[in-house]
Design a protein around this ligand. Sequence first.
Ligand code: AKG
Length: 244
Amino acid sequence: MIRADELIELQDKGYCVLRGILPRPRVEECRAAFWPILTDHLEHGPEPNRGPARHFLPMPFEPPCFSPEFFFHPDVLGLVRNAMDDRVVADQWGCDVPLLGSQYQGFHVDFARPLFPESPNLPLPPHMLAVSFGLVRIVSANGPIEIAPGTHGIPKEEALQAVESGAIGVEPVPLEMGDVLVRHPWALHRGTPNATDEPRALVTIRYVRRWYADGSREVNPIPLAVWERLTEDQRRVMRFPLEG
Ligand SMILES: O=C(O)CCC(=O)C(=O)O
């Protein structure tokens, strides 16, 4: 399905939400399989790496943590391709988890360097998009991401000032299970506190134009058996290391 309204919203606001498009059973299976891995990471893994009581960890590619429906959903991939081009690849698959005790992050963008350092504010079409969905229902109590709409089109310092002064308001993005958030990584955003006992797991796939690479986040390798079950078209979309 062509998502023309959402594409316009993504272009104008820097994000849009596709409501209820992922099959809930797939998301629930992913959560059930990931939860022991997450629990082990939280109990025995490294210290929080995204602020107090806030973790990022790479997602496994073993099904059902991985499902082709997450990466190749026709509406999501269609939207991402329309916003960039037909040759986009996925190069990140990770999970952001604020816990009880997490705080507001500072507003930030998700890229370290402008594409052309000599012209950092050159207005350009997107070369990456983040596609996220919750493994739990995300409501105000457990820390929805907040996004400052329209800031993807403004020089970063100007955008930060506008958000700090309140000239641009910020929007929390609650997500039901099955909802998918698509956002420009350079729209200013921040994580908010999780005030519940349950980890708030938000998984993200990053799609980039084929010519772009930055290796900015840790990723897991794809097991050979999973790779072999993908179609040729699906393999063309996956830019991850192969296990072995
Ligand atoms: O998990 C979230 O709500 C946002 C996290 C984030 O933007 C970050 O850690 O860079």
